[in-house]
Write a protein that binds this ligand. Structure first.
Ligand SMILES: *Cc1c(COP(=O)(O)O)cnc(C)c1O
Length: 425
């Protein structure tokens, strides 16, 4: 998916640590507990870490399920798993955003498992399966229930009943999984979590009443595992159908988690959680380590005098004599323009020789200027860390997110294809 261009010579790259990815997966599985299986989410090109590099590493670490965005991404991930040792069972691949006309053949060819909720999803798969004379119950799908996020999924009630009718015993389709997605898991004690899980339980009763027995019941994400809110009630729900409980996690695999929040006390529904504070102390995030280290090198150095203007629109004026280093990274690489700094508004920084060097002026398309006045030993060719750790200092996607007014998710998956991902031990 991200072949490193053979002619890549520009000094910018992202190192992907295989051992950290493995350790994070194991930490997630430990936090989820023995009753809950973790589906490793590698969607959006593994949150910018390269799905085709990360998938085989996660599979070798024991992941039995991987989650991808689309059929297209699923096919690339499936192909990447060809390097697994013979005899090792390849993980299943859940296509999390449904399917679109034209994708059904690839899904069946390569054994991808789509999430479905629109009747047309079933029409497409059913028609393709019948065209191939596939036996009953041979094409596995997971149905998503909309329990309150109003994004994907079918609402419990008549719409779900109509969807469930499509899984008659003679249908080539098999309802292998039933899932939902929780909207507010980083707010550990948000009553919405409970409201959604109650709706999910109702939907599962409907599934059972329709005579269907899915093998998997899944919900939750990084934050719900971190807060311990989930998978707390998930195993019991799954067990009520004789199914395996599963939770899906992405961000934690790559070494990040959102800070856990709490609802305002006056908005709490007192009967919802007897022990609210249980859900506010992170049990996973302290164990996580960022998988990506994003690096570049100094390509130019200069000195400016007091009063000299720096960068586009002269948003920064040197208040004193300064030494500046030029880095070959800009917003076309996914290094956010909102990390720019003016004299009145500080921006982001990078690490040079283990010390923070602040950005000065505007981040431009291909280039960024940093202040190295306080790091006198710098030279052309020295490594600069854009995301990562050095000498006890750390700059994370969460730091970029705070400065740029976005989330670690968006920072990570916004790093562009122009930055080759290189797997390191
Ligand atoms: C992205 C996604 C996840 C994983 O979320 P994280 O917060 O990254 O762990 C889980 N489930 C669904 C449906 C998703 O889209």
């Amino acid at each position: 998916m991200r072949p490193t261009p053979p002619n890549h010579t520009r000094p910018i790259w992202a190192e992907i640590s295989a051992s950290r990815l493995r350790d994070n997966f194991h930490a997630l599985q430990a936090a989820a507990g023995t009753q809950v299986q973790v589906l490793a989410v590698v969607k959006a090109d593994a949150y910018g870490h390269s799905a085709t590099e990360c998938a085989p590493i996660l599979a070798a670490a024991g992941a039995q399920w991987l989650g991808v965005t689309s059929a297209e991404e699923g096919l690339a991930v499936r192909a990447s798993l060809a390097i697994l040792p013979q005899g090792m069972t390849a993980p299943r691949i859940l296509v999390m955003c449904g399917l679109w006309p034209g994708e059904e053949a690839g899904i069946l060819d390569r054994g991808l498992t789509p999430v479905v909720w629109e009747p047309y999803h079933l029409d497409l798969l059913e028609a393709e399966a019948r065209r191939r004379n596939l036996p009953p119950q041979s094409v596995a799908v997971h149905a998503e229930i909309d329990t309150g996020m109003a994004r994907q999924g079918v609402a419990p009630g008549p719409l779900l009943d109509r969807l469930l009718q499509r899984f008659a015993p003679d249908s080539p389709l098999k309802l292998e999984g039933v899932m939902t997605h929780l909207a507010s898991t980083e707010i550990g004690d948000d009553p919405q979590n409970q409201v959604q899980m109650i709706a999910f339980a109702t939907a599962l009763q409907q599934v059972a009443a329709a005579g269907l027995r899915p093998d998997y019941v899944h919900a939750g994400n990084t934050s719900s595992t971190d807060s311990g809110y989930m998978p707390q009630d998930l195993p019991a729900l799954a067990a009520s159908l004789g199914a395996q409980a599963m939770t899906r996690a992405g961000l934690a695999l790559y070494g990040y988690a959102l800070p856990l929040e709490s609802v305002e006390p006056q908005n709490r529904v007192s009967h919802v959680h007897a022990h609210t504070e249980d859900f506010l102390s992170p049990r996973l995030s302290p164990k996580l380590k960022p998988v990506m280290t994003w690096k570049t090198r100094i390509v130019s150095l200069r000195e400016v005098q007091c009063g000299d203007t720096i960068g586009y629109n002269a948003t920064f004026v040197a208040p004193v004599t300064m030494r500046l280093a030029l880095l070959p990274v800009g917003y076309a690489d996914g290094f956010r323009r909102s990390l720019s700094a003016s004299n009145t508004q500080p921006g982001g920084s990078v690490l040079l020789h283990g010390r923070r060097a602040p950005i000065v002026g505007r981040v431009s398309m291909d280039l960024t200027i940093v202040d190295v006045t306080a790091v006198p030993q710098v030279n052309i060719g020295d490594e600069a860390i854009l995301l990562g750790e050095s000498n006890g200092n750390r700059i994370g996607a969460d730091d970029h997110a705070r400065t740029a007014g976005t989330s670690a998710y968006e920072i990570l998956c916004g790093i562009s294809d122009r930055v080759p991902r290189i797997v390191v031990p």
